[in-house]
Write a protein that binds this ligand. Sequence first.
Ligand code: ADP
Ligand code: MG
Length: 229
Amino acid sequence: VHEELRQKERLAIIGQMATAIGHEIRNPIASLKGFIQLQKEQYPNTNDYYSIMIQEVDRIDSIIDDLLYIGKPRVIQFNKGNIKEIIDYTISLVKQQDEENRIVFKTKIEDTIPEIDCVEKRLKQVLINLIKNAIEAMPQGGKITISAGILDRTKVWLSIEDEGVGIKEEYMSNISVPFFTTKKDGTGLGLMVTEQIIKAHNGEIRFESTQGKGTKVMITLPLLQNGTI
Ligand code: ADP
Ligand code: MG
């Protein structure tokens, strides 16, 4: 309990710093991206450097998204969101960043899923973080399967499955700890933020992984946030 409290205090301080820094960085990043895009349009046939610059700027932007979430007060306004649209949108977004088309996406989404109470922007952030992890686990490329459906008439389930390197047994309990990363240039923030967002939606998330075979992330979310059905 003591350790948990210390962890909370640490996160609160990190959150305040992250918010301050994140907002300061966001504006120059946006103008940087704008000018790169302009250059790209003016000199369309030079080389791919502009696309790479834009990609990298987008990467900074999504790291800032994670940072800003740590500092967010947890008052949430839920709206109706469509899971299939959220999944399709996210896939099209990450596909743009997979220019060599190394990744094959497969979706199996039941078409009877009603709209759910959620913060769409946050669920997109969850999917982006999870799909990015899946991609990073498959440096040679591979298949990512995203499935979704209805559970017990009150919940929606969704899963993201990759054929990547998998997670070492001894790391399983650490993967969501802030700043835990096994990557050369990882932030170790993605899964922490992901878990917090799922929790804020009163949902659940769990990981199954076999080293050398791949990882499956399972999420369940309530359809309604006030329990009435
Ligand atoms: P980061 O991606 O910046 O390392 P995350 O919080 O997203 O931070 O992930 C933490 C760690 O969990 C990763 O460094 C990796 O070791 C492990 N991990 C997460 N998702 C996967 C996956 N799909 N396959 C293999 N390892 C994963
Ligand atoms: Mg990550």
